[in-house]
Design a binder for this molecule. Structure first.
Ligand code: HEM
Length: 552
C-alpha cells in the first residue's frame, strides 16, 4: 500500500510522537460515539409508548467522552443550575431519570415528583456510602475511626431526637441564639451605625454565625478561634471539591484551610474538656453553659468518647455540625433580607413585613417567636427563599436493585442496580417552569406571595400553603434522614430577620457584583458547586445602617 504523499513527507520520528495522541483521540471518539448510540437506544425504549404494563427501563446514560471521569467535569459547573439548564435543553424531562458517570460511579438523577417521593419513602436506600466518602475524602479520617463513627451512627439520630427536634429543646436553642444576637446587634447599634457603608451580606453572616455558634457550641470557641466564620464559609464553598476528587493541585488552599480548622477545633475541644473537669456538664443539666454550650453539643462530646472517636475525629464532627447549623440558614436569612429591602423590588413588601413584625413584638421589645413563625407572609417569604436559593443533592446509595414507577399511572418503571448512587437534586424541582406554572410569576423570579392562598376559614384573609408541592420542593431532603434542624432553622432565620428589621433601617447605596464593582442589578447567586445547599450570593448590597427611630 502506498503512503499518501502528505504523510510520506512527515518525518518518521514526528509520526511516532503524534501516534499516542491520535490513539487517545480515537479511543475518546469511540467512547463518545458508543455512549451516544446507547443513549438514543435507551431513549427509544422510553418513548416507544407504554408497552406491556410493567415495562422496566434503566435510566438513559448521558453521553460522555472521558473514561472514569465521565460527566463529572461538566456536572461540576459552578454556575447554579447551569448543568441542568443545559441538560434539559436537549434531554426530555419526561424521561423522569437519567444516569451520569461521576468519577467512576454510576449516579442516577431522578426528577419527577413521583420518583422523588418514592425515594424518600424507600427504606432500603441509605446515605451510608455517601457518609463514608465524606469521612474519607472531606475529613480525611482513617478507616478505623470511620468504622467507629459508623458503628455508633444511631446515637446521632437519638441525640437529634432528644435535643434538636423536640419542641421545648428547639425553643431553648432559639432563646440562646436570640439572646446572643441581641447582644451583638446592641453593640452594632453603637458601632456599625458610624460606618458610611457596609456590605449587608457580610455583616449579617458574621452576626448570625456568632449567635448560632455560641448557642450550639458555647461562648469560648469564637474567643479561641475568632476567624472561624471566615474560614468556615470558605471551606463551605470548597468542600465538594474534596468529595468529587478534584486533583490536589486545585485543592491546595482548601486542604490547608480544612487542616487549620480541624487543628483549631481540636485545641478548643481539649481546652473545654480540661476546663470542664474532664467531662462536659450533663446534657440533662442546664439548657446552656459557656464552655460547651447546648445540651446537644454536650451530648455529642460525651458520645465521641463512647464511640472511641479521637480528638481529630471529634473536631471533624464539630465541623460537620457547624456545617448543618450555618451553611444553609445564614445565607437563606440574608436572601430574605436582601429581597425585603430591595428598592428595586415590590415597593409594598417592606411595609407589609414591618407591619407584621410589629404585631408580634412583646411590650419589652422582644419578639413572640411562636406567633412570628406562623405569620403567613413571612412563612411564604421563607419558603420562597428556600425554593429559589437552595440547591441540595439528596443522596442515597442502593443496597439492593430497585424498580420505581416513573409516574402516577404506574405502567413504566425505572430500574437501578445495587451499589449505584441516586441523586434527587432539589434545583430541578425548585426551578421547574412546569411545576410552578399557572402562577403569576415565573419560577426564576422571587415572589414573596408564592405560598399564600385564600383562607377559607377567614374570607378576605390569606393563609400559608404548600399544597401540591410534594416531590417538587424539598430543601430539607425527606424520609428518615430529613433535616433534623429544620424547625430551629426557621425560628433562627425569621427571628434574626425580625430582630434586624426592628433595630435598624437601611439606606440603600447600591449593588456590587462578585468582584466588588458597582452594578444596577440585584445580587445574583455566586459560584457554588451543585449540591452546595443554600446558595452564597455572588455580590452584595451596600447600605448605610441607621438606628431605627420609631418602633411603631
Ligand atoms: C435552611 C436551613 C437548612 C437546610 C436547607 C438544611 C438542609 C438539610 C438537608 C438537605 C439535609 C439532608 C437530608 C437528607 O439526606 O434527606 C440535612 C441534614 C442535616 N441537617 Fe440540615 N438544613 C438546614 C438547617 C439545619 C440546622 C440549623 C441544623 C442544626 C441545628 C441542621 C442539622 C442537620 C443535621 C444534623 C443533618 C444530618 C441528619 C442525619 O444525618 O440524619 N440543619 N439538612
Amino acid at each position: 500500500m502506498e503512503v499518501p504523499a502528505s504523510f510520506a513527507s512527515v518525518p518518521r520520528s514526528a509520526l511516532y510522537a503524534i501516534a499516542p495522541f491520535v490513539l487517545v483521540a480515537l479511543i475518546l471518539s469511540f467512547i463518545r460515539a458508543y455512549t451516544t448510540w446507547n443513549y438514543y437506544r435507551r431513549m427509544r425504549q422510553i418513548t416507544s409508548g407504554p408497552g406491556k404494563p410493567g415495562k422496566t427501563i434503566p435510566p438513559p446514560q448521558i453521553p460522555y467522552t472521558l473514561p472514569y471521569l465521565g460527566n463529572a467535569l461538566s456536572f461540576l459547573n459552578t454556575t447554579p443550575g447551569a448543568y441542568w439548564h443545559k441538560l434539559f435543553s436537549w434531554h426530555p424531562r419526561s424521561s423522569g431519570a437519567c444516569t451520569l458517570l461521576l468519577g467512576g460511579k454510576k449516579t442516577h438523577i431522578v426528577f419527577t415528583p413521583h420518583i422523588v417521593q418514592a425515594i424518600f419513602k424507600n427504606k432500603t436506600m441509605k446515605r451510608d456510602v455517601f457518609e463514608h466518602e465524606l469521612f474519607q475524602k472531606v475529613f480525611s479520617l482513617p478507616e478505623e475511626q470511620i468504622a467507629n463513627a459508623e458503628a455508633g451512627k444511631h446515637h446521632e439520630h437519638e441525640m437529634n431526637a432528644a435535643y434538636l427536634t423536640k419542641f421545648d429543646r428547639v425553643n431553648e436553642l432559639t432563646e440562646t441564639f436570640t439572646r446572643v444576637l441581641d447582644e451583638v446587634l446592641a453593640k452594632d447599634a453603637e458601632e456599625i451605625v458610624k460606618k458610611d457603608s457596609i456590605g449587608l451580606y457580610d455583616w449579617l453572616r458574621d452576626r448570625m454565625f456568632t449567635a448560632s455558634t455560641t448557642a450550639l457550641l458555647g461562648e469560648e470557641i469564637l474567643k479561641m478561634y475568632p476567624e472561624y466564620c471566615e474560614d468556615f464559609f470558605k471551606f463551605d464553598q470548597e468542600f465538594l471539591g474534596f468529595f468529587f476528587d478534584l486533583p490536589n493541585i486545585m485543592m491546595r488552599d482548601a486542604i490547608a484551610r480544612r487542616d487549620r480548622i480541624l487543628k483549631k477545633l481540636q485545641a478548643w475541644g481539649k481546652a473545654m474538656q480540661e476546663r470542664s473537669g474532664g467531662s462536659p456538664i450533663d446534657p440533662e443539666g442546664p439548657a446552656w453553659e459557656p464552655l460547651f454550650g447546648s445540651r446537644l453539643n454536650r451530648a455529642r462530646q460525651l458520645d465521641y468518647k463512647k464511640r472511641n472517636l479521637n480528638a481529630r475525629s471529634g473536631a471533624a464532627f464539630d465541623l460537620g455540625m457547624t456545617f448543618g447549623l450555618s451553611s444553609n440558614a445564614i445565607p437563606a436569612t440574608n436572601w430574605m433580607l436582601l429581597h425585603i429591602i430591595n428598592p428595586k423590588g415590590d415597593p409594598t413588601l417592606y411595609k407589609r413585613v414591618m407591619a407584621d413584625i410589629l404585631k408580634v413584638q412583646n411590650p419589652d421589645g422582644s419578639i413572640h417567636t411562636p406567633t412570628l413563625i406562623a405569620l403567613p407572609l413571612l412563612q411564604s417569604i421563607w419558603t420562597e427563599t428556600l425554593r429559589l436559593y437552595t440547591d441540595v443533592l439528596v443522596t442515597r446509595n442502593l443496597s439492593e436493585d430497585v424498580k420505581l414507577p416513573l409516574d402516577e399511572d404506574g405502567k413504566t418503571f425505572i430500574e437501578m442496580k445495587k451499589g449505584d448512587n441516586v441523586f434527587a437534586p432539589s434545583y430541578i424541582g425548585h426551578h421547574d417552569p412546569a411545576a410552578w406554572s399557572g402562577q403569576k410569576n415565573p419560577s426564576e423570579e422571587f415572589w414573596a406571595e408564592r405560598f399564600l392562598a385564600p383562607d377559607p376559614a377567614n374570607p378576605g384573609q390569606e393563609m400559608f400553603s404548600i399544597t401540591g408541592t410534594n416531590g417538587k420542593f424539598y430543601p430539607f431532603g425527606g424520609g428518615r434522614t430529613i433535616c433534623p434542624g429544620r424547625v430551629f432553622a426557621k425560628q433562627e432565620a425569621l427571628g434574626a430577620l425580625a430582630m434586624v428589621l426592628l433595630r435598624f433601617e437601611f439606606e440603600f447605596l447600591g449593588f456590587v457584583d462578585k468582584s466588588g464593582k458597582a452594578t444596577d442589578n440585584f445580587v445574583k447567586p455566586g459560584s457554588n458547586f451543585p449540591g452546595s445547599g443554600a446558595l452564597m450570593p455572588g455580590g452584595d448590597m451596600k447600605v448605610k445602617v441607621l438606628r431605627r427611630q420609631r418602633l411603631n
